[in-house]
Structures are given as C-alpha cells and as structure tokens.
Write a protein that binds this ligand. Structure first.
Ligand SMILES: [Zn+2]
Length: 288
C-alpha cells in the first residue's frame, strides 16, 4: 500500500538556497531543476528574472563571449543622497553581484556568427540606466559598426537611474544616435525585451530593434500602470503593458519562450545579417 504524507513540508523547511517558490503558481521548485529549465517554471511557464552572466551563458555559443569595458564605473557628480549616498548604493550592488554596473557587453558568436551583444542586469540596482549602462550599449553599437557585425541587446531594466539625474536621461539620446549610425550602415539590430523593460530604456534603444523580441508575460512600458491610468483618466485594459498586449498592438514583433530564444535569434540573424566571414562561418554550430 503506498504511503502518502498527511501534510506537505512547511515552507520554512525548504532551504532557500535549494528551493525557489514560483510567483506564478506558488509551486516550490528545486533550484537545480529550475536552472536546467533556464529559470522557467516547468509547471506554469513563469519566466524568472536572470542576471546578465546567466543570460549570456544561455544565449551565445558556449564559451564565446568576450567581455569589453568590464571596469567602467559610475561617478557621483550630483552628490546624490536618497536614504543613503549613491556611491554606497553602487558599492552595495557591486558587492552583491560581483560586477561593476548593470550591463555587460562584448563580442560573442551565435551559431558561429560574430555579433556584438549587450545584456542589462536587473539584479544590479534594478538594471537602471546611468552613464555606465548607456555607455556600454553605445559602445556595443559602435563595436558592431566598427566590425560590420549585427548587434543584439537584451534589456531588463526599471528605466533611467534617478541618482544620475540628467546624465542618465542623456543616455537615451546617446544610445539612439549610436543605433542610428548602425541603421545607416545597414547592420541589423535585434532588441530582446525581458521582464521588466520600462521607463527610459523602453523609451530609447529597447523599442528600436529591427526586430523586437519579447519574453512571455514580460512587463514592458514607459510609465507604471497607476501613472498611465491617471494621465488618461481611464481604466486600463486587461493585460496592459504585458508582452502579449504589446504584440497585439504592434510594439513588439515576436514573443519567444526562453527555451526557443537562442534558436530564434540565430534564425533571425541568418535572415537579416550579411553573410558571416569565413572564420567559423554562419550555421557551423547550432545548439539543439
Ligand atoms: Zn509556476
């Protein structure tokens, strides 16, 4: 006769480094299984937020990413204090993540094809865009232009970093100008919008891909729902600012589950990009 437990183990008995509760379906998920499933809940399909290094490892050809400008750090020209001084916030985030700021960029290969890629990191101060994030996105675009290769940017950000004030807002213009040069040169730019992509990041480079690809149910928009409702003095439609709503209204072109994202990008680059140089060649490696 099978033995069934009369109760489920209490939540406190799950060690947090081994288990994660899914915010979508409340299921307790074994972290090792969750990692294997690319941090997507096997029960309900909830896409967990992931760091920039995890994102890059999931997307590009294994071991092909070469980071550039890893040492760029923000200054504090405004002497900004909100609860605590800005430099202390930066130091805290650096200690927690082991990285200098909320973006990583470099060159990598997708199915053998060389691309410039930049990934924003929501785990570092909410992926907010100050002068370092803006500079890295810009340098990724300039790097793509210099080498004549496509650009991929993966966004996950709450928007401009308020602690840098106008300097953060200037990044909108700077990144868009760099993308303009890429467009003039006829080089493709694919924007991937992960949860969340909001504020100044959505209002600049994240919305400007030749193809805008979103992850399922990602929150995507400029102002938050409460501000938006207040501005138009109307109730918001269901699903407002979710990826599916934006697809329906033409702001994003594709919604792609994380398990298919890499193959989707390889396929898009095959269509959009000029033939890859012979060193490794397009289509030479394709992970299943
Ligand atoms: Zn779930």
């Amino acid at each position: 006769m099978p033995i069934t437990l009369p109760f489920r183990p209490r939540r406190e008995s799950y060690p947090p480094d081994m288990w994660t509760q899914c915010p979508g379906c409340s299921e307790m998920l074994f972290n090792k299984h969750l990692d294997k499933a690319l941090r997507v809940c096997p029960s309900c399909g909830h896409h967990f937020r992931i760091s920039a290094p995890t994102r890059l490892a999931q997307l590009v050809d294994p071991g092909s990413f070469r980071e550039r400008d890893a040492g760029l750090v923000s200054r504090d020209p405004l002497g900004f204090v909100d609860g605590k001084p800005y430099p202390d916030r930066i130091t805290g985030a650096q200690t927690a993540t082991g990285r200098k700021d909320a973006a990583m960029w470099g060159f990598a290969r997708f199915g053998g094809r060389r691309v410039a890629i930049c990934a924003l990191d929501f785990t570092f101060m909410g992926g907010s865009m100050g002068s370092v994030v803006g500079e890295k996105v810009t340098r990724a675009a300039e790097g793509a232009l210099a080498e004549g290769v496509p650009l991929v940017v993966v966004s996950a950000s709450g928007g401009a970093r308020m602690q840098e004030g106008t300097l953060a807002l200037m990044q909108l213009v700077k990144t868009v100008a760099a993308l303009g040069a890429l467009r003039e040169a006829g080089l493709p730019y694919i924007s991937v919008l992960a949860d969340p992509t909001t504020g100044g990041v959505f209002a600049s480079f994240a919305a400007l891909g030749d193809v805008n690809v979103a992850e399922p149910n990602a929150l995507i928009g400029f102002a938050g729902a409460r501000v938006s409702a207040g501005t138009i003095a109307e109730e918001l439609p269901p699903g407002f600012q979710r990826a599916e709503f934006l697809l329906e209204h033409g702001f994003v072109d594709r919604i792609v589950p994380r398990s298919e994202l890499r193959d989707e990008l390889v396929g898009l680059l095959d269509v959009l990009a000029p033939p890859a140089p012979a060193d490794g060649g397009a289509g030479s490696v394709r992970r299943g």
